[in-house]
Design a protein around this ligand. Structure first.
Ligand code: ZN
Length: 332
């Protein structure tokens, strides 16, 4: 390609990055100036979004170019402070051309709860996202923060950054961005389904059927390389080794297969079959506010997990107060 063609190409990429920025902002995935987007132009030049500019209102001229160490080589605005995160992904994955980082609310809620993204719930997630990792929390901005994704970066294109947001990447700008849309939509569906009540799972065999579709669609999945015979796709995690320090444990979306091995139950299961430990904290704040603190009866958890207001202790207390009032009236 001649240099004129390359310039045209770069301009088109700048326009496309602004368009992806508008989608990120309009979807509510990045408040104010949050979020950042990058695209690898060639071996040592990466186009990226500037800091302190809303991703919904960028112009092609606002974008910066950095080298693979993060040093700014062109652009009138300062490059994003989180570019090291993008470059760390690009260095580890030669197939990745584009990275999107933002704070989509539903997926970020899972990142804040550090709740692992459940598998074997929606078939499209198995095919288009595969397994999603949660990287440990680190103060954003530096290389230490960027390095938190390294244990997972080769096995997934979608990472939740604990207490922060999402990181998705792929072969071009739209591919990287679509994974953000998919993970946030999935997390939203999970939250809605949980509010209705039960979340159902399809079987390991059905999950394996979905994984076998991926090569035909040109989508890689490390679980295929490991082999699907006798494998535990729904209950196991590909990232067990990466999580060696403190693996995120499911607290809400617990697959029935592993439920018995956990020392706790999820809140909804807990409401059906009470589990005293988590429920006592819900019950401790309820009821009995009209009773003077010195005379407060000991709150007994009832079958629905709330402190009882009609148990034997409170009946005795009501009787004692009634007797005292009646005595006082008789003395008049
Ligand atoms: Zn961020």
């Amino acid at each position: 390609m001649n240099s004129n063609g390359a310039v045209m190409n770069e301009w088109k990429l700048r326009e496309q990055m602004c368009e992806i920025g508008r989608r990120v902002y309009n979807k509510g995935f990045a408040a104010a100036n949050d979020g950042n987007i990058s695209y690898r132009l060639d071996e040592d030049r990466v186009l990226c979004t500037p800091t302190r500019v809303s991703k919904g209102f960028m112009k092609p001229d606002d974008l910066c170019i950095v080298d693979l160490d993060g040093k700014q080589v062109s652009g009138k605005r300062k490059r994003s402070s989180e570019i090291l995160l993008h470059l760390t992904v690009m260095k580890a994955r030669s197939d990745v051309r584009s990275v999107v980082h933002c704070h989509p609310p539903h997926a970020t809620a899972f990142a804040v709860a550090r709740e692992p993204i459940p598998k074997c719930v929606l078939p499209e997630i198995e095919v288009f996202l595969g397994e999603v990792a949660i990287s440990p929390y680190e103060t954003p901005g530096g290389q230490g923060f960027a390095n938190t994704v390294l244990p997972f970066v080769k096995d997934t294109d979608t990472i939740l950054l604990a207490n922060h947001g999402t990181l998705t990447y792929g072969s071009d700008l739209e591919d990287a961005y679509f994974k953000t849309e998919i993970i946030d939509a999935y997390c939203r569906i999970l939250i809605l389904a949980r509010q209705i009540g039960r979340v159902n799972y399809y079987s390991d065999e059905k999950a394996a059927e979905l994984l076998r579709l991926k090569p035909g669609l040109g989508i890689a999945d490390p679980r295929l390389e490991l082999g699907l015979e006798n494998c535990d796709l729904c209950g196991n995690s590909l990232f067990r080794e990466g999580y060696e320090e403190c693996p995120p444990e499911p607290r809400v979306f617990i697959h029935p297969k592993i439920a018995d091995s956990l020392p706790y139950k999820s809140p909804i299961e807990g409401a059906i079959t009470p589990s005293p430990a988590p429920l006592q904290s819900y019950g401790s704040s309820s009821g009995n506010s009209s009773v003077p603190s010195g005379n407060k009866p000991s709150a007994q958890p009832s079958s629905n997990g709330h402190a009882s207001s009609g148990g034997p202790d409170s009946e005795a207390l009501v009787r004692a107060i009634t007797d005292q009032v009646m005595q006082a009236l008789q003395r008049r």
